[in-house]
Design a protein. Structure first.
Lengths: 331, 319
């Protein structure tokens, strides 16, 4: 197991290196470059040259890349143009809120999606099947930001006000996770308030993963139900409950586990849209304003940040696979 | 958003061409077409798409008013939150500048279709090119070829790993704001999807008997790739192209919402209309409803047809 983890970690290195090269190229292609971003459009050529020298932009490209890479390794993602604070600190400050939102969304998506997909497959052609399949098709076709707006307009008043700085009651910060903080410090009303504020954004963010999970579970269960070993298990008189739990579900959920992992990574970009509709205080809202303000250090940092999370999640999924599926362990 | 195109799903789709032999001996596509005609999903999807394309063609001619004329400007005071809803002369009501929403919807269909088709084509063409190189290198290139294929796939996997919206935002940041940017940004997101798909599909074909036969006849490798493997590998690409049209339209709307869309609001396009109407959602939700419903139905049409095609091709999903 340990060897597997180490090997997977080593495999991450070329991927992240490749990404850093892409990001570096992207940064160099940005219109104007950092000099005119600092000085504004009316900078004289001498000024630009001076700034370029100060930033080391007059040096050969590989030296610049080397320095870019070193800063990435030091977790120095630069300074946000909007707030003047280090980008990394801004992320750390806002990350818990986004994680909470993503966890809420993923919980909704899996807790609703897996049973629904399973039922749809078991009663194929029945009304649950038809409703969940068509529902999930419509679900992936609704623009996320519109759905969020719709939910906010229809149910916003029930679940508390959403707007600038309206998180309501705040618990004393311990971990940065609002719900968890409330529970830890015993400020239950604050925890409840934070939880209520997760409901609508959570649902909005959950739609796409929910749709994917329902359809995936359904397809996967259908496939397993047709396998020979299920027929064997049933014909040898094994109890139905055992066949379904141990044979059908366990095999059918393998691809779903992968999907859940991969979807968790992609939730972060859905969060940009959802959070900005609900003015939720996470990374998503921050990125939204960063796009408006052309705050490139924040955007570059975010892409690198997400990529790291994504590869880590991928690794965890792979490892989870080897726990669930004995066949993978052999390789 | 193309969040749904996870790697495993792409690979699964790519495998489908390998199963060419059917019991009746009919060709894969003929068999699939027969299934499609019987599929409700396919028919509904096709009808929606036909209606949408028709609208895109004749929309500007049948629109009762000019889409950019602010004829009723005096009646609308956007900052006071007063809006004119549906009425006899304006079926869908007026927007915040006093323009007829019904006309804007009709005219906007064309632009919406254009954004979807062009960005899908950008992704398809570049992605297919990368996929062909990679697939050809992997199947017929020997050891060196596999290394080339490995390197290409590394890069596409990185791009696949990035959230599509962020990729689009990065492209838009470099290119500045314009309609072309939106189309390129949305198209770029699709490149790795098509590349991985076509490569996987070609790989699945690479081991076929007919490829072996062609090789033993001494046909040149380039010819085998272009005239034998490629045509047989295209069906998953067609499926993905249909699905991509849906995601492209939705993603273009998301880009507009993030303020990276078409800066010329005079040209009606559903995504731009929707994101602009969001500002007035609390006062006049119906203003967002029309473009939103338009987008959802259109995206649904492409998704239904695409999924029906996938099901028709996939023997495991057949009842």
């Amino acid at each position: 197991m340990l060897r597997l983890v180490v090997r997977r970690l080593l495999q991450l290195i070329p991927t992240l290196l490749g990404l850093s090269v892409l990001l570096f190229i992207w940064l160099n292609r940005l219109p104007g470059g950092p000099a005119s971003a600092i000085l504004g459009e009316r900078a004289t050529e001498a000024d630009v040259a001076r700034i370029n020298r100060a930033l080391g932009l007059d040096q050969p490209i590989y030296v610049q890349y080397g320095r870019f890479l070193k800063r990435l390794l030091d977790l120095d993602l630069g300074t946000s143009v909007q707030t003047g604070q280090p980008v990394w600190d801004e992320f750390v400050l806002r990350f818990p809120a986004t994680v909470e939102l993503s966890v809420a969304a993923m919980l909704i998506a899996t807790v609703v999606g897996i049973p629904l997909g399973y039922l749809a497959a078991r009663k194929r052609g029945g009304w649950i099947d038809v409703a969940s399949v068509s529902g999930s098709l419509v679900g992936i076709c609704i623009p996320v930001f519109f759905l969020a707006q719709l939910l906010k307009g229809a149910f916003g008043e029930i679940f508390g006000t959403f707007g600038r700085q309206s998180t309501g009651i705040d618990a004393t910060s311990v971990t940065g996770f609002a719900v968890l903080d409330g529970l830890l410090t015993g400020e239950l009303d604050a925890a409840w308030d934070a939880l209520m504020h997760l409901v609508l954004p959570g649902i909005a963010l959950a739609t796409i993963p929910l749709a994917v999970i329902v359809r995936m579970t359904r397809a996967s269960v259908l496939e397993v139900l047709g396998e020979d070993y299920i027929r064997t298990a049933e014909s040898k008189g094994l109890e139905r409950r055992i066949v379904r739990g141990r044979h059908v579900l366990r095999n059918a959920l393998l691809p779903v586990v992968t999907a859940v992992g991969l979807l968790t990574g992609s939730l972060l970009s859905g969060a940009v849209l959802t959070e900005s509709v609900f003015t939720f205080g996470g990374i998503g809202s921050f990125i939204r304003t960063a796009i408006d303000a052309r705050d490139y250090p924040v955007l570059v940092g975010f892409i690198m940040f997400i990529a790291m999370i994504y590869v880590l999640i991928n690794m965890v999924v792979d490892l989870a696979y080897s726990v669930i599926d004995p066949r993978v362990r052999v390789h | 958003m193309s969040l749904i195109t996870t790697t495993s799903k792409i690979d699964r789709l790519a495998q489908l061409t390998a199963k060419t032999e059917t019991a009746s001996g009919a060709s894969l596509w003929r068999e699939a077409m027969r299934r499609m005609r019987a599929s409700k999903m396919a028919i509904i999807g096709a009808v929606i798409i036909a209606g949408f394309v028709l609208l895109a063609i004749i929309g500007p001619w049948i629109a009762p008013y000019g889409p950019t004329e602010q004829t009723w400007r005096g009646e609308v005071f956007s900052n006071r939150g007063e809006f004119v809803g549906a009425r006899a002369e304006n079926w869908f009501g007026l927007d915040h500048l006093g323009r007829d929403l019904f006309s804007r919807m009709l005219v906007g269909a064309r632009q919406t279709l254009l954004v979807g088709v062009v960005s899908m084509l950008i992704g398809l063409l570049i992605g297919a090119l990368v996929g062909i190189v990679s697939g050809a290198a992997a199947t017929l290139g020997g050891k060196a070829g596999r290394r080339v294929d490995d390197a290409i796939m590394r890069v596409t996997d990185i791009l696949l790993a990035l959230p599509s919206l962020l990729l689009a935002v990065s492209v838009a940041a470099v290119m500045g704001q314009s309609l072309t940017t939106v189309m390129i940004a949305v198209g770029v997101v699709q490149i790795p999807v098509f590349a991985r798909l076509l490569r996987g599909s070609m790989l699945a074909q690479g081991g076929s008997d007919y490829v072996l036969a062609a090789r033993s006849l001494g046909i040149r490798k380039r010819r085998i790739v272009l005239t034998q493997i490629l045509p047989n590998s295209l069906s998953p690409v067609i499926v993905q192209a249909t699905l991509s049209l849906a995601t492209a339209i939705i993603e273009a709307a998301a880009l507009s919402y993030l303020g990276l869309g078409n800066p010329d609001p005079a040209v009606p396009e559903w995504g731009v209309m929707l994101s602009q109407a969001q500002r007035f959602f609390d006062n006049e939700p119906m203003m967002s409803m029309y473009p939103a419903v338009g987008i959802v139905i259109t995206a649904l049409g492409f998704t239904l047809l695409g999924e029906a095609m996938r099901e028709a091709l996939d023997p495991k999903l057949r009842g």
